[in-house]
Design a protein around this ligand. Structure first.
Ligand code: 5GP
Ligand code: MG
Ligand code: MG
Length: 214
């Protein structure tokens, strides 16, 4: 979509090329995901599904997905999906490139995963390297089941993706996208819509290699 259809913050207006997915469309899609996940993963009370937010990029998606599952819970009398909420931080990206060195920073006490159902809630899967590493790490804590939902998966030109999530919101073209908590070197998280950056924006916010950002 052309930029002039939207109210974009002044501080990013010159850095963006286009709006790829407007906020409202993201919300509609998350509603559909919530209903799928609710139908597939409903479990017996008092068991809980552990919803794990992968910070920082996943926080808006996590928050909206959990609240839409809560809506399902309010409206249904035949089944239910009790949830508990956990958080983890994963860092890998420098500028717009994936790196192999991934830091996983536990925020929750991961021993709580033992024998529980786990849903990992992630923003985007590109090469899949991050999710393979994260899943391997979390498996050490012996959850009963692991499901992964990613709001975006990237249609890579080289077709090299080593992980397929159980649920995906949108397949996006092979561009670096920002907005809705997805960042470029910590910028653009405070943007509602999913946008593609201009070359000039990429240059403007570039950092030295070696500085890691999540
Ligand atoms: P992967 O390990 O699958 O290559 O990359 C996973 C992580 O890199 C994602 O969780 C996300 O934090 C970051 N990432 C990958 N592609 C993009 C993108 O297009 N935009 C942004 N903002 N982050 C991305
Ligand atoms: Mg992420
Ligand atoms: Mg990031």
């Amino acid at each position: 979509y052309p930029l002039n259809y939207f109210n974009l913050p002044l501080h990013y207006r010159d850095d963006l090329k286009s709006v790829l997915i407007p906020y409202g469309l993201v919300q509609d899609r998350i509603e559909a995901l919530a209903s799928r996940i609710f139908s597939d993963l409903h479990i017996h009370i008092p068991e809980q599904l552990i919803c794990m937010c992968v910070l920082k990029g996943g926080y808006r998606f996590f928050s909206d997905l959990v609240s839409k599952i809560q809506n399902e819970n309010r409206l249904r009398n035949d089944r239910s999906l009790p949830m508990s909420l956990e958080f983890i931080r994963v860092r890998s990206y420098v500028n717009d490139r994936s790196t192999d060195a991934i830091d996983i920073i536990g925020i929750s006490d991961l021993s709580s995963l033992n024998n529980k159902h786990l849903l990992i809630i992630e923003d985007i899967i590109d090469t899949g390297v991050t999710m393979v590493a994260l899943k391997k790490e979390l498996e050490k804590y012996n959850p009963k089941t692991i499901h992964v939902v990613s709001l975006f998966t990237k249609r890579r030109k080289d077709k090299k993706c080593i992980f397929k999530p159980d649920y995906s919101g949108f397949e996006v073209p092979d561009h670096f996208i920002v907005g809705y908590a997805l960042d470029y070197n910590e910028y653009f998280r405070d943007l509602e819509h999913i946008c593609v950056m201009k070359e000039s924006g990429i240059t403007k916010y570039k950092v030295q290699d070696g500085d890691k950002v999540e």
